[in-house]
Write a protein that binds this ligand. Structure first.
Ligand code: C5P
Length: 205
């Protein structure tokens, strides 16, 4: 079984994808990490994330970069969102995602275009969403715990900017697949959101 989990930043899709992988005994790929690695590599190269050629060159990042703690930062998230608009970058990352998804036994992938572009034939497609306010609150608490000095307003502004870029890009914009099951996690706790996702997948299994 292939499970595709898409949705905006801080919607809970990563947590849900990880829990689904554990529950169904499947391997999991966080595809955002690949785009983050490209964003980080462009930065390390001192190149321009908005230039398609510079961003494409960064797709040959070394595998060890995937363990770099900087990949999780807001700054790298912003760079990832910029490099991910280039069709050449998306194409370069396609095979890696596609072969992970189609490995024998199945897999769980989370991202923005898993159900629409990477594995449109996935049996289970979830689109995880939540209001900007709920997502900003979650991100705010996470970052405060890590000791980051940020305000709620800055986080909400950053989320809006990234949503806007992800939804309005020409290639593989963030939209639910026509046959995706939409789960709004705004009013759900973590365990409730996970339970709703497991139930949705059981339903199509
Ligand atoms: O999910 P995460 O926040 O780690 O993704 C970082 C950025 O990478 C997103 O804002 C999005 O622009 C891009 N991305 C993408 N397609 C994916 C996963 C991530 O365009 N499948």
């Amino acid at each position: 079984m292939i499970i595709a989990v898409d949705g905006p930043t801080a919607s809970g899709k990563g947590t849900i994808a990880k829990a689904l992988a554990e529950h169904f005994g499947l391997p999991h790929l966080d595809t955002g990490l690949l785009y983050r690695a490209v964003g980080r590599q462009v930065f390390l190269d001192g190149r321009d994330p908005d230039n398609s050629g510079d961003a494409l060159a960064a797709t040959s990042f070394p595998d060890t970069l995937l363990n770099d703690p900087h990949l999780r930062s807001e700054k790298t998230g912003g760079l990832a969102s910029r490099v991910s608009v280039h069709p050449a970058v998306r194409q370069a990352l396609y095979d890696r995602q596609r072969s992970f998804a189609t490995q024998p036994g199945g897999a769980v992938l989370d991202g923005r275009d898993i159900g629409t572009v990477i594995v449109p034939e996935a049996q289970a497609k979830l689109f995880i969403t939540a209001s900007v306010e709920a997502r900003a609150q979650r991100r705010f608490h996470e970052m405060r715990e890590r000791g980051a000095a940020v305000t709620l307003a800055e986080i909400a502004e950053d989320l809006r900017r990234r949503d806007d870029r992800d939804r309005n890009r020409k290639v593989a914009p963030l939209v639910p697949a026509a046959d995706a099951m939409v789960i709004d996690t705004s009013a759900l706790g973590k365990e409730e959101a996970i339970a709703a996702a497991i139930e949705a997948v059981e339903h199509v299994r």
